[in-house]
Design a binder for this molecule. Structure first.
Ligand SMILES: [Zn+2]
Ligand SMILES: [Zn+2]
Length: 396
């Protein structure tokens, strides 16, 4: 009866059935962490909004969208930063087709990040950098194994982000190489369901991965002639800020924007005028918030009070629905109303093992008159937070 493979361990008989009682211990199993770095200050910072996925005419699949138009439009709708992410155009020494060398690549008020959409056979990823970097080197290794790509990425000191992670051109590399993931691509919110699922899976496996948005707009909406674009419907509905990514940065600098992105102090809103979702936690029930999204604390086994608030242009006399996700699963929903909608809930993160909480907010769309068609495509989706983490390994 005891046939087949015998490995370490021994057999005991229960009710006639053989059961292996293994002596194996998994050296990689999640273990309790000793201490965590102190949580960054909640009072020293500034909320900055922007778009992290934009194509100018330097991308071959774009139209009617010169850099000057992107900059002027972004300034007019109050953006604080943008990253123009054209398709690999800083490669093969082609200065004529180079976004950063374009004389129009300048702004008095906008922080212009340096980025590219790394466009490869295994999918797309965006680079975000506070300073110019050698994109050619990342391009050269695009077909190499991840261990090679990861080493080059590390040397370049860049933030790499997985773009539109589900479907054609999904990010087909290891998520261990990226700091963030595009969980909200374009105004078409419903198509992001699989991206959210992948994000929750990565979070649940211990990866502290920032969720961010990106309009991926290619055309100079809304005045692009229909015939100029292959997909006129989306071209008209999708432009800068659909969606808008907010970062809580320690200063109004390019590096602080990239750092906030890396640290997950980030939320995403349907458009530049929509309210932002703020998500905090009070660890010791003293009524003072100690953490915000992106922060990671050691669980004490005691209850934590969480606060969700909508800040900005809420629609008057409206009700918003907050959906709480705990450890990748639906946890509860709460309604909130009022001029400054805010709700609190209490839960006890497990003393041992990882926990994370994140929220999405649904309700009426705040108007975006410059791109009015975007509103219908976003449906009821108003905004989403990044997670608040407990017992995540900071070295992972
Ligand atoms: Zn892409
Ligand atoms: Zn793109």
């Amino acid at each position: 009866m005891l046939t087949g493979m015998l490995c370490t361990g021994f057999f005991i008989m229960i009710g006639g059935a053989a059961m292996a009682q293994s002596t194996h211990t998994n050296p990689w199993a999640p273990r309790d962490i000793d201490t965590l770095p102190p949580i960054a200050s909640l009072s020293k910072g500034v909320w900055l909004k922007g778009d992290l996925h934009l194509h100018s005419n330097h991308s071959k699949d774009a139209s009617n969208n010169p850099v000057s138009k992107i900059v002027a439009f972004s300034e007019s709708v109050g953006m604080d930063y943008i990253c123009i992410t054209d398709h690999d155009n800083h490669v093969n020494g082609d200065p004529a087709n180079n976004t950063w060398a374009d004389p129009e690549f300048k702004s008095k008020s906008l922080l212009l990040l340096y980025g590219e959409e790394w466009t490869t056979t295994r999918g797309h990823g965006n680079v975000f950098s506070a300073r110019p970097y050698d994109h050619q080197r990342l391009y050269d290794v695009r077909d190499q194994r991840d261990v090679v790509v990861g080493a080059v990425k590390k040397e370049l000191g860049i933030h790499l982000s997985a773009n539109h992670p589900s479907g054609k051109d999904h990010f087909g590399y290891s998520y261990d190489m990226v700091e963030s993931i595009e969980v909200w691509n374009s105004a078409v919110w419903p198509k992001n369901a699989n991206a959210i699922m992948i994000w929750d899976d990565m979070l649940s496996s211990g990866r502290k991965l920032t969720g961010r948005g990106g309009s991926d707009s290619h055309h100079g909406t809304p005045d692009t002639p229909d015939k100029a674009t292959k997909n006129s419907g989306q071209a008209k509905a999708n432009y800068i800020g659909t969606p808008t990514t907010w970062v809580f940065a320690t200063a109004r600098t390019k590096q602080a924007v990239v750092d906030a992105l890396t640290n997950g102090r980030v939320c995403v809103s349907a458009n530049p005028y929509a309210p932002r979702v703020e998500f905090y936690a009070d660890l010791n029930e003293d009524g003072k918030m100690d953490m915000m999204m992106g922060d990671n604390a050691k669980s004490t086994g005691k209850p934590v009070k969480f606060r969700v608030q909508l800040t900005g242009n809420t629609v008057a006399d409206s009700s918003y629905t907050v959906s709480i996700v705990k450890n990748g699963n639906p946890y509860s929903t709460i309604k909130m109303t009022g001029k400054k909608p805010m709700v609190e809930f209490t839960d006890t993160p497990a003393l041992h093992g990882r926990s994370f909480y994140r929220v999405t907010v649904e309700g009426p769309q705040t108007a975006y008159p410059e791109v009015p068609l975007s509103m219908a495509l976003s449906g009821n989706m108003v905004g989403l937070s990044n997670p608040i983490y407990f017992n995540f390994d900071p070295n992972f």
